[in-house]
Ligand binder design. Structure first.
Ligand code: PLP
Length: 447
């Protein structure tokens, strides 16, 4: 990998204008916001972002996998402008308009199950998960849920009850929704369970769910749903083993349990397929989506098999869910993804993985490299044999890259995630990976 030529940042970051905005922010913004580093954006275009001091960055984090078509794609901006000229709001809960129907029809077409789909629109991922919790309870008449350690499903109280990513997200907010049992995510790099007689660790996880959770804790006929991110997002960009989902689907079918795929981070083309779960050959019953669906406009959705949509008028609703401007942005986004960006995500994802695996051979700090399409994680370790997580080093790496003009984000305990826009090209990628490798070398030298 060629070494990067010169830092693209003009000023030591944060520059003077950024510092001024950050100081005002500190006074009036909620201190609960975690904030990763001192990026104060002025504008973005495609895979590039400029801050208020004129520094240029390559964006390999897209505002947490949201700017899927790149920043301010002209087709998306045009769709937003055209819809904004017509009307901004009327409330899909009470009235009708075409954009929301067009989008629901498109989601029916691309939903990852054979049965017809119906959609409930929200404004965010957490709201989509809340809707899924409610629909699962409503349509099954059952109360309990299984979710996974490492999972992030959002911060509203129901979604937070399914979340088990970082303790700080829950501390001070108990009691949460009762009836949630967490089990190990099928993480082959850091297995928590014994393999037993299984060759595939994911099958061992499913066996544990059946033998331990269902037989000892939660009666299967009171388990409404198993909720899972097909590729773990905030928890570390972990890809399950191949045997996991087929075994999980079989377990759900055996006991009449719904399988909810939370595709908020992995969905809408990011992994090179419409949905992350499509890499594993099984159909979910319910899908939750948000983030990249509208290129940055707030929109979420619960997509369910039609036969599960048993709830009647008034049982669930939202004032803003399915906002017409967001729907217009989503339709333009899905068109771009369908007409090329999804294929680009698969191709560029393979390309990046190949380069990262080559890098891994000469950088022992890169303990594990994994991912699908443009949802890629590099788990940093202090020693590849002990696999001790290199948490502080990960944070230092993200900061180092930022100061040299590459935007990254961490995930899990010691993973760096790469989630560029789906339109990213080879030249920009080469530049980004050059900065990444320089940063890895710099951090490695401190070990
Ligand atoms: N589900 C998953 C898989 C996510 O990654 C997130 C956010 O990171 C959420 C749900 C919550 O989405 P939001 O922040 O839009 O509420």
């Amino acid at each position: 990998m060629s070494s990067v030529k010169a830092p693209t940042t003009k000023y030591a970051v944060p520059g003077p204008k950024a510092q001024s905005i950050m100081a005002r922010d500190k006074v009036v913004m909620s201190p609960s916001l975690p904030r990763s580093y001192s990026l104060v954006i002025d504008h973005g275009k495609g895979a590039e972002v400029w801050d208020v001091d004129g520094n240029r960055y390559i964006d390999f984090m897209t505002g947490i996998a949201v700017a899927s078509t790149g920043h301010s794609h002209p087709s998306v901006v045009k769709a937003i402008q055209e819809q904004a000229e017509k009307f901004l709001h009327i409330c899909a809960a009470d009235f009708y308009y075409q954009a929301v129907v067009d989008l629901a029809e498109k989601l029916d077409e691309i939903a990852p199950f054979k049965e017809d789909a119906q959609t409930f629109f929200t404004n965010s991922g957490a709201e989509a998960v809340e809707a899924a919790i409610k629909l699962a309870r409503y349509s099954t008449g059952r109360q309990h849920f299984i979710a996974f350690f490492g999972a992030f499903h959002g911060r509203t109280l129901g979604a937070l009850s399914l979340t088990a990513s970082k303790y700080v997200q829950k501390e001070g907010f108990f009691p949460l929704m009762p009836g949630v049992t967490h089990v190990p995510y099928p993480d082959p790099y850091r297995p928590l369970l014994n393999m037993g007689n299984h060759k595939d660790y994911g099958e061992a996880v499913v066996q544990y769910i059946e033998d331990v959770v269902l037989h000892r804790k939660v009666p299967a006929d009171d388990l409404a749903a198993i909720v899972i991110e097909p590729i773990l997002g905030e928890g570390g960009y972990v890809v399950p083993t191949d045997g996991f989902f087929p075994a999980l689907r079989a377990l759900c079918d055996k006991y009449g349990i719904l399988l909810i795929a939370d595709e908020v981070q992995s969905g809408v083309g990011r992994t090179g397929k419409w949905w992350g779960i499509q890499h594993f050959g099984v159909e979910p019953d319910i899908v939750t989506v948000a983030k990249g669906i509208a290129s940055g406009m707030p929109l979420g959705a619960l997509i369910a098999r039609k036969s599960l949509m048993t709830w009647g008028p008034g049982s669930h609703g939202s004032t803003f869910g399915g906002n017409p401007v967001s729907c217009a942005a989503a339709l333009a986004t899905l068109k771009l993804i369908e007409e090329g960006y999804m294929e680009n995500a698969a191709r560029m994802g393979d390309h990046i993985m190949t380069i990262l695996r080559q890098m891994q051979a000469s950088h022992p700090i890169m303990g594990d490299v994994r991912g699908k399409g443009l949802m890629i994680g590099i788990e940093l370790v202090k020693d590849p044999n002990t696999r001790e997580p290199a948490n502080a080093e990960r944070d230092a790496l993200v900061l180092h890259a930022f100061e040299r003009g590459l935007l990254l984000l961490g995930a899990g305990e010691s993973t760096v995630r790469l989630m560029p826009p789906l339109m990213v090209d080879p030249t920009t990628t080469e530049e980004a990976l050059g900065i990444l490798e320089d940063s890895i070398s710099a951090i490695e030298a401190t070990l």
